[in-house]
Design a protein around this ligand. Structure first.
Ligand code: SAH
Length: 234
């Protein structure tokens, strides 16, 4: 079993890469790959973690949908994985979750800010990208099941909130639907694991919350991901 893990932020990924003992792969010049990749064996499975990488122009992690799709597509072509996991952080409503809670899904991943009010294109834009949920992968893990909803902004204007609520969104983040779309294109099983860094319906600014809670959420994300990898047999 070959498992590809797509992660946007280096700070979240490095402790996991170290704990799994993965080794950095050389940049594949032929594919002009710009994505830092780490590979190794863990409990009989081949694990590849592929990061969205840092922007050369702005020096920050390439968060968001575009690089998540590019990263996933190029890693699929290079490694032909059996399973893809998108691990990262998310915002959530106060009624659904607390900081560092783990959210995964048994429902399709959607976009909440792709608005195209033309018949056919409206549903295409929102997307309903397949995910798989195998309860046995989450044995021994405290988690919530809900819709993971993707957009291109960290803030939440009213129209986004309305659409997230209409779609029963539980985890608001910036990569999942894009990774799921690339996985669907190639017929590969996919699921997300998200840890909550910020509560999106409270007064506190979610940028401040994000920065304050990133390390706690990342630690939980790492522990959970490693337990899931142990639980996967094959
Ligand atoms: N400013 C931060 C970057 C966070 S951007 C920094 O300096 O490190 C948001 C990243 O975390 C994205 O990868 C996204 O998937 C996730 N995320 C966490 N909370 C989010 C929220 N409320 N809305 C959208 N994305 C969120």
């Amino acid at each position: 079993m070959k498992i590809l893990i797509i992660m946007a932020m280096e700070a979240e990924a490095m402790p996991i890469i170290e704990e799994l003992g993965l080794k950095k792969l050389p940049i594949n010049e032929k594919l002009h790959s710009c994505f830092p990749r780490y590979r190794g064996e863990f409990e009989g499975k081949e694990i590849i973690i592929s990061l969205n990488g840092k922007s050369k122009e702005y020096g920050v992690d390439r968060i968001g949908t575009e690089y998540a799709a590019l990263n996933t597509q190029s890693a699929i072509i290079e490694f032909f994985p059996d399973l893809i996991i998108n691990a990262g952080t998310c915002g959530a409503f106060s009624q659904d979750a607390e900081i560092a809670d783990i959210i995964t899904t048994d429902r399709p991943a959607v976009y909440h800010d792709h608005r195209v009010p033309i018949e056919g294109f409206d549903e295409f834009a929102k997307g309903r990208y397949p995910t798989i949920h195998r309860p046995e992968y989450f044995t021994g893990i405290d988690f919530k099941l809900g819709v993971v909803t993707t957009g291109s902004s960290l803030d939440m204007p009213k129209i986004d909130e309305q659409l997230i609520r209409e779609g029963s969104g539980m985890a608001k983040e910036m990569e999942c639907a894009s990774v799921a779309a690339a996985a669907q294109l190639h017929g590969i099983d996919f699921f997300p694991i998200k840890s909550v860094t910020d509560i999106i319906d409270v007064e506190l600014d979610n940028v401040d919350q994000f920065l304050a809670n990133l390390s706690k959420a990342s630690e939980k994300l790492g522990k959970t991901l490693i337990q899931v990898l142990k639980n996967i047999k094959g």
